[in-house]
Design a protein around this ligand. Structure first.
Ligand SMILES: Nc1ncnc2c1ncn2[C@@H]1O[C@H](COP(=O)(O)OP(=O)(O)O)[C@@H](O)[C@H]1O
Ligand SMILES: [Mg+2]
Length: 301
């Protein structure tokens, strides 16, 4: 079983400043870094480092080739990635002296998928394969319908949360990968509602689906019909939580592709994301499967 990920690919432009620039003002940045980003890219890398066969589907512009190079180094299949004559999806991120950020996203080529392109990619799919998608590309509903028609299992990470989730055919989703805030929004409940109540509501609303609800340092909850499972975090010194959820998602789905049990999938994904949290940066912080195995052997829960 393989994963086809219709995922975003972003160039993150990160500017460190003392204070956020004010209207009409021009300031010098203290430093600047370019990083590979996009939930799609991170999740493909995580699933591939976990050992899954991952085909990444998405579009870049001519300035985005370093993104596909990085995915290829992680053994993601990039043969379906299209290069268009348009700017790659990118962000402008200001980080001020107190560590707060402000982010502008330009969807760029992430928003230029076409129905023909979906059909070309899905010609590679076999029934029972897993399709993965987030909400950073266009044609979400079409991806859901077309992959369902193919008999694929569907994993949806609705992030950022769609304006109107009820307009999407979410009854086709087999796995919802959500953090606590996304779960509350999807359930139409207050963010401070008890986790179990949110999970119950989601299980009632989407009885066909498994819900994987990550809770940051509070671990993860899982629900599938009447089954409820949970896993605590592996305690680490948190250095940078960027890509924690993406690492969890990729590792969890990779375990399912190997037919591992849900308990194993939750444990491996928790260990992998704990390692990612203990290291700086996004994609570079995602561990290899060997590292996750060694970490689990040494960890005391
Ligand atoms: N401080 C932490 N220490 C160890 N593991 C963590 C920590 N924060 C998050 N994780 C792990 O990463 C998973 C995903 O984190 P979460 O914050 O829920 O996702 P997102 O990045 O989507 O908000 C958690 O379920 C947990 O297993
Ligand atoms: Mg979080």
């Amino acid at each position: 079983m393989k994963i086809i990920n219709f995922g975003s690919l972003n160039i993150d432009n990160v500017y460190n400043v003392q204070e956020f620039v004010k209207p009409g003002q021009t300031i010098f940045a203290d430093s600047f870094q370019i990083a590979a980003g996009g939930k799609g890219l991170n999740q493909s890398i995580a699933a591939a480092r976990a050992g899954a066969h991952v085909i990444h589907a998405g579009c870049i512009g001519p300035n985005g080739l370093f993104l596909t190079d990085l995915m290829q180094q992680a053994h993601v299949d990039i043969s379906q990635v299209l290069t268009l004559d348009a700017p790659t999806g990118h962000t402008v991120i200001e980080v001020n002296a107190s560590g707060q950020n402000r982010i502008i996203v330009h969807g760029g080529t992430n928003q230029m998928l076409t129905e023909d392109y979906l059909d070309t990619v899905l010609a590679q799919a076999d029934a029972g394969d897993l399709v993965l998608l987030q909400n950073e590309t266009n044609l979400i509903a079409a991806i859901l319908y077309k992959s369902h028609e193919k008999g694929m299992k569907i994993a949806f990470n609705p992030s950022p949360m769609p304006q109107d989730p009820s307009s999407l055919p979410l009854h086709l989703v087999d796995y919802f990968m959500v953090n606590e805030l996304e779960a509350a929004q999807l359930a139409d409940m207050q963010a401070d509602a008890p986790y179990e109540a949110i999970l119950d509501r989601l299980a009632e609303k989407y009885p066909q689906a498994s819900i994987i609800m990550t809770l940051g340092h509070n671990g993860v909850l899982f629900s599938q019909q009447k089954v409820r499972l949970s896993h605590p975090i592996f305690p680490v010194e948190a250095v940078d939580t960027t890509a924690a959820g993406d690492t969890f998602c990729g590792y969890f789905l990779a375990a399912l592709c190997r037919n591992a049990s849900i308990n194993t999938a939750l444990r491996e994904a928790s260990a992998a994301s704990a390692i990612a949290v203990s290291r700086p940066n996004a994609a570079p912080s995602i561990p290899l499967y060997e590292e996750v195995e060694a970490f689990q052997r040494s960890a005391v829960l």
